[in-house]
Ligand binder design. Structure first.
Ligand SMILES: *[C@@H]1O[C@H](CO)[C@@H](O)[C@H](O)[C@H]1NC(C)=O
Ligand SMILES: *[C@@H]1O[C@H](CO)[C@@H](O)[C@H](O)[C@H]1NC(C)=O
Ligand SMILES: *[C@@H]1O[C@H](CO)[C@@H](O)[C@H](O)[C@H]1NC(C)=O
Ligand SMILES: *[C@@H]1O[C@H](CO)[C@@H](O)[C@H](O)[C@H]1NC(C)=O
Ligand SMILES: *[C@@H]1O[C@H](CO)[C@@H](O)[C@H](O)[C@H]1NC(C)=O
Length: 422
C-alpha cells in the first residue's frame, strides 16, 4: 500500500481545513478517491459487526460470493470451481438478468435494476428499499465484504492498488452502497467492510447472518483468467468449510454476475454448498430456472421475511429451500421461450442511458406463500398501486420484451399470489 507519514499528515491538514469542526467527524467526502482523502477517512471510518441468531427454516446464515464475466461452461470446467461443485448443488439454469455488471449486482439486493444499462456512478433513490430493510425488520444481522475496499462505508467510484495502479475495488460491484437507503445511513455504511474485516470478524466469531462477498477485480476474474478466480476461491473458501465460526448451518451461493458472450444466453455458473446442504444433495444438479432475484426470494422464504414487492416476488426459491417452505417452483412459460430469451440488454428505466421510463411502483398488495410486502414500502407506495408492473411473474422483462402497462386484475395483481397461497 502506498502510505507515508507525509501523505497522511497532508491529508489531515487538508481535511481539517475543509471541515473545520473536527478531524474525527465521519469522512468529509466519502466519495473522494484521491489517496490523501481516502487515508484521512480510513483513519476515522466507523466499522460495526453486530451479530444475531435468528433461526431460518433451512439455513441460519446465507453467504453469496460473486465472480465476473464468465460463460457457464468455462467456469464449470475450471478445476477449483469443479472442486466446489462436487461439494454442493450445481444450479444449471441460473441466469443473470442483463448486461453489464452493475445492474446485476443492483438487482440481487433491490429486486430490479431500473433500466441501468452501463457501469456508471449510480445512486438509487432513497425510497427504494432493499433486502437490507427486510433483514433488519427481522433483526437479522448482515454485512457486505468487498476485497480491498479502503475503509468501511467508502462510497468512491474505485480504489486502485496503490503499488501497481491496477484496478482493485470498484463501486459497481458493491450492491448495497448503490442504494441511498443504505448509503445515507451511517449505521448501515459501517457494515460495508473489506475482507480484512471479514477475517477479523471470522476470528472473533462475529460474522453476520447474511453476507455478500465481492473479491477484487483480479480475484473475481474481471481482469484475470477464470483460473485466477478459481485459485482465489480455493484459498478463501476451502479453509472455511471446516471452520466452526463460519459453518453455522450456513448456505453459500457461489455465482457470477453475467456470462461473457452477449449474443448467447446469459447463464451464470452457480453452486450452493455449506453445512446447511443435506448430504443426499451433495454433488447433485438442480435444473430449475433461477436468476439473481432468487437470491432475495430464497432469503425471504427461509426467514419468512416481508418482500420488496418487485421481481423478488415472482422469482423461484432454490428448490432445496422451497421444499421446506412450501414455495412452489414454476417453469418459464413466457413468450419467447426461455431458450430464445437472452437477458443480454436492459429495458428502459430511470437509469437507462438512452430510453427513460418512470420509476416503477412496487406491488404493495401482492402475497407470496403468505409473505406480504414490507409495511414501510406499502405505506410509501400504496397510493400508486395501480401503476405497478410487478405482477408476481417468473418471466421477468427483457429489452426485447420490456415491462408494459400495469398488472391485470383489480388491484394490480394478476392472481399469481393466489397460486402461491400456502
Ligand atoms: C421516490 O423518489 C424519487 C426520487 O427522489 C421521486 O422522484 C419519486 O417521486 C419518489 N416516489 C415516491 C412514491 O416517494
Ligand atoms: C479495511 O477497512 C478497515 C476499516 O475501515 C481499515 O482500517 C483497513 O485499513 C482496511 N484495509 C485495507 C487493506 O484497506
Ligand atoms: C487482489 O487480491 C489478491 C489476493 O486476494 C492480491 O494478491 C492482489 O494484490 C489484489 N489486487 C490486485 C490488483 O491484484
Ligand atoms: C442479444 O442477443 C440477441 C439474440 O442473440 C442479439 O441479436 C443481440 O445482438 C444481443 N444484444 C447485444 C447487446 O449483444
Ligand atoms: C453463455 O451461456 C449460454 C446459456 O447457458 C450458453 O449456451 C453459451 O454457450 C454461453 N456462452 C458461451 C460462449 O459459452
Amino acid at each position: 500500500m502506498r502510505f507515508s507519514t507525509g501523505i497522511y499528515t497532508a491529508a489531515l491538514v487538508a481535511v481539517a481545513a475543509a471541515a473545520p469542526k473536527s478531524s474525527s467527524t465521519p469522512a468529509a467526502n466519502p466519495t473522494a478517491t484521491d489517496p490523501a482523502a481516502v487515508y484521512a477517512a480510513q483513519a476515522t471510518a466507523k466499522t460495526e459487526s453486530p451479530t444475531s441468531h435468528v433461526k431460518g427454516k433451512v439455513f441460519d446464515r446465507f453467504v453469496t460470493i460473486w465472480f465476473e464475466n464468465t460463460d457457464f461452461q468455462s467456469a464449470a470446467a475450471e478445476a477449483n470451481f469443479e472442486f466446489f461443485a462436487k461439494k454442493g448443488i450445481t444450479l444449471e439454469n441460473y441466469f443473470a438478468v442483463t448486461h453489464p455488471s452493475e445492474p446485476n449486482y443492483m438487482a440481487a439486493v433491490g429486486g430490479d435494476y431500473f433500466g441501468l444499462n452501463g457501469d456508471p456512478f449510480i445512486a438509487v433513490p432513497e425510497n427504494v428499499s432493499t433486502v437490507v430493510d427486510l433483514l433488519e425488520d427481522k433483526k437479522i444481522s448482515w454485512g457486505v465484504y468487498q476485497e480491498d475496499m479502503p475503509y468501511s462505508g467508502f462510497q468512491g467510484f474505485s480504489w486502485v492498488n496503490q503499488k501497481t495502479g491496477k484496478n482493485d475495488y470498484v463501486r459497481k460491484h458493491n450492491p448495497a452502497v448503490l442504494f441511498n437507503s443504505v448509503a445515507n445511513d451511517a449505521d448501515r455504511l459501517s457494515k460495508i467492510k473489506n475482507l480484512t474485516m471479514f477475517q477479523q470478524d471470522l476470528k472473533a466469531n462475529k460474522l453476520p447472518q447474511w453476507m455478500f462477498i465481492t473479491p477484487n477485480m483480479t480475484s473475481d476474474a474481471h481482469d484475470a483468467p477464470i483460473g485466477t478466480a478459481g485459485a482465489w476461491l480455493r484459498t478463501f473458501l476451502e479453509p472455511l468449510l471446516n471452520d466452526k465460526n463460519f459453518m453455522q448451518n450456513t448456505m453459500v451461493l457461489i455465482t457470477f454476475d453475467e456470462n461473457s458472450s452477449y449474443p448467447k444466453q446469459n447463464r451464470a455458473f452457480s453452486v450452493l454448498l455449506g453445512d446447511a446442504i443435506p448430504k443426499n444433495l451433495v454433488g447433485t444438479t438442480d435444473s430449475n430456472f433461477y436468476n439473481h432475484y432468487s437470491e432475495i426470494a430464497t432469503v425471504e422464504a427461509n426467514w419468512d421475511t416481508h418482500t420488496l414487492g418487485r421481481y423478488d416476488v415472482g422469482a423461484n426459491v432454490f428448490s432445496n429451500v422451497a421444499k421446506h417452505t412450501n414455495d412452489k417452483l414454476r417453469s418459464w412459460t413466457g413468450t419467447p421461450a426461455l431458450a430464445d430469451t437472452t437477458f443480454n440488454a436492459s429495458y428502459p428505466g430511470i437509469f437507462h442511458s438512452t430510453t427513460w421510463a418512470p420509476q416503477p411502483v412496487p406491488n404493495t398488495l401482492i402475497k407470496v406463500n403468505g409473505r406480504t410486502v414490507l409495511p414501510k414500502i406499502r405505506k410509501q407506495w400504496v397510493s400508486q398501486q395501480k401503476k405497478t408492473v410487478y405482477c408476481g411473474q417468473l418471466e421477468i422483462p427483457t429489452s426485447a420484451n420490456p415491462p408494459k402497462g400495469t398488472c391485470p386484475g383489480p388491484s394490480g395483481n394478476d392472481g399469481h399470489s393466489q397460486q402461491h397461497h400456502g
